[in-house]
Design a protein around this ligand. Structure first.
Ligand SMILES: NC(=O)c1ccc[n+]([C@@H]2O[C@H](COP(=O)([O-])OP(=O)(O)OC[C@H]3O[C@@H](n4cnc5c(N)ncnc54)[C@H](O)[C@@H]3O)[C@@H](O)[C@H]2O)c1
Length: 456
């Protein structure tokens, strides 16, 4: 039998089946330009992220951009050219919200404006996609929750794109089905070198606006900009926000006028005793996962029977997920009537480190009903993946999936995966992360109540 560091080809097929069963296969998007049922949307905040999202929206035919809004004419002009639908341009976003022919808005303004713009858009009757982190201050949470609850026909989605990744969804299913055993820990890092650079401006007010994420007045710093994605993954995998947070951080290396911390080292504890250890640095990008083939950011999910390393990647490097089985897992205690999640192959290694195998999606899973050639093709792809010659890829970038999903949910009244509760829990964890570091103490989730009531 062919071997792959202790995992047989048959073992890989079993693994593929277990992992892939979790997610309905997505086919490549069919682009039918000018489809009659396109959702009409506007875009508010057309800076770096806005422009990026518009670039992706351009190839998603479920919607049409009728207007853009930004206080910067240059950003509006550039983004209008990017989307190419000849959108109207508004310096005041409230004029865009006043248009009755616009059903939805996407919001990518700086964090300190998320709440106000999202609130105004909901009150104007629009569906809203707002970038993470959803809110800036604890006091904004209750009002936004109540507003969304009072408008059940309007969609609110948060820009946490990992929730829309087939791989992340598969890993979540592996966790829930016990395939990694008892999942006790996660680690995560998002390191940059250097961190964001200050873009100097002639006066301080302009400098602060152009570099808003470097100033605490407007930004939640590394916690809001980077950790928000990874604490969301932990909350999703562990099924709960943390009950306590400790950490150290500092403004230690980057002295260009910024006042945010340039490093954070955090430990989050969850109700079932799981922990997330995560770090955010601006002085080094090395990533020890994936055999050093990626840099900067990834998460590792660890259980008594295996681990998964996963990264969402970017436009040039796709999502990657590797599965490592524990060499000598403790005997599994099956509860009465519980089905085994999978049959462990006789060829599993019994000692020593083992090479990870890529997690496979539905299209690479042998279903049993395919023809000979297709089955052989799937075996061949799996074999190439296991040898590291090919990497399995999502059928669509998760950013495309989150955007298409938003437009479809607006049209059909669907419920977003990254909904208001996901977004508020995520924001709350970000706010408490900064509190733990600022006050140099263990912060409890229960302190949120006081923060929500505190005066702005
Ligand atoms: N999901 C992700 O992976 C991801 C990645 C990057 C950024 N983001 C988020 O996107 C948001 C924007 O980040 P960015 O990097 O694009 O920042 P940016 O500074 O490049 O862009 C912000 C834009 O908002 C505009 N703006 C400011 N005030 C405005 C107002 N009153 N009305 C309309 N426009 C206004 C600015 O002129 C600017 O063009 C942030 O919340 C950030 O956290 C998310």
């Amino acid at each position: 039998m062919e071997q792959n560091n202790g995992v047989s080809r048959r073992g890989l097929v079993q693994m593929a089946g277990v992992a892939g069963a979790a997610v309905a296969g997505l086919s490549a998007p069919a682009i039918v330009k000018g489809a009659p049922d396109q959702l009409k949307y506007g875009f508010i905040g057309t800076g770096s992220r806005g422009e990026y999202l518009l670039k992706h929206l351009k190839s998603i035919d479920a919607g049409r951009c009728l207007a853009v809004s930004d206080i910067s004419q240059a950003h509006m002009d550039s983004s209008a050219a990017t989307i190419g639908s000849n959108p109207s341009k508004y310096r005041d976003y409230r004029e865009l919200l006043g248009r009755n022919d616009i059903d939805a808005v996407l919001v990518a303004v700086p964090l300190f404006l998320h709440f106000q713009v999202t609130k105004d858009a909901l009150l104007a009757g629009k569906h809203v996609f707002c970038e993470k982190s959803l809110v800036f201050k604890g006091q904004e949470m209750a009002e936004l929750r109540a507003l969304v609850a009072s408008r059940p026909k309007q969609v609110l989605q948060v820009g946490l794109q990992r929730r829309y990744s087939e791989f992340y969804q598969t890993v979540k299913s592996m966790v829930d089905r016990g395939i990694l055993g008892n999942v006790t820990n996660m680690s995560a890092q998002w390191h940059r070198n250097p961190g964001w650079k200050m873009k100097p401006q002639p006066n301080l007010a302009d400098q602060k606006m152009a570099n808003w994420r470097l100033y605490r007045e407007y930004s939640g710093g590394l916690a809001a900009e980077l950790a928000s994605h990874q604490v969301d993954v932990a909350e999703w995998m562990f099924g709960s926000p943390p009950e306590s947070i400790i950490g150290v951080g500092g403004h230690d290396y980057m002295f260009d006028g910024r006042d945010i911390n340039d490093n954070l080292q955090m430990v989050y504890k969850y109700p079932k005793k799981q922990k997330l250890v995560s770090t955010y640095l601006c002085t080094n990008t090395h990533l020890s996962m994936f055999g050093g083939t990626r840099t900067e950011f990834a998460e590792k999910i660890m259980g008594t029977e295996g681990s998964v390393e996963i990264t969402v990647g970017d436009d040039t490097q796709p999502v990657l997920a590797m599965w490592y089985r524990e060499p000598s897992p403790p005997p599994r205690v099956e509860k009465a009537g519980e089905k085994k999640a999978y049959a462990a192959g006789a060829t599993m290694v019994t000692a020593g480190a083992q090479k990870g195998v890529p997690i496979l999606l539905d299209r690479d899973k042998v279903q049993g009903n395919e023809g000979f050639a297709e089955k052989e093709m799937k075996f061949a792809r799996q074999w190439l993946y296991s040898k590291g010659v090919m990497i399995p890829e999502e059928s669509r970038n998760p950013v495309d999936t989150e955007l298409k999903s938003f437009l479809e949910d607006c049209k059909k009244g669907g419920k977003p995966r990254a909904n208001i509760e996901v977004g508020l829990n995520d924001s709350a964890t970000v706010i408490l992360t900064n509190k733990a570091v600022d006050e140099d103490r263990k912060v409890l989730w229960s302190e949120l109540e006081g923060l929500q009531k505190a005066k702005a």
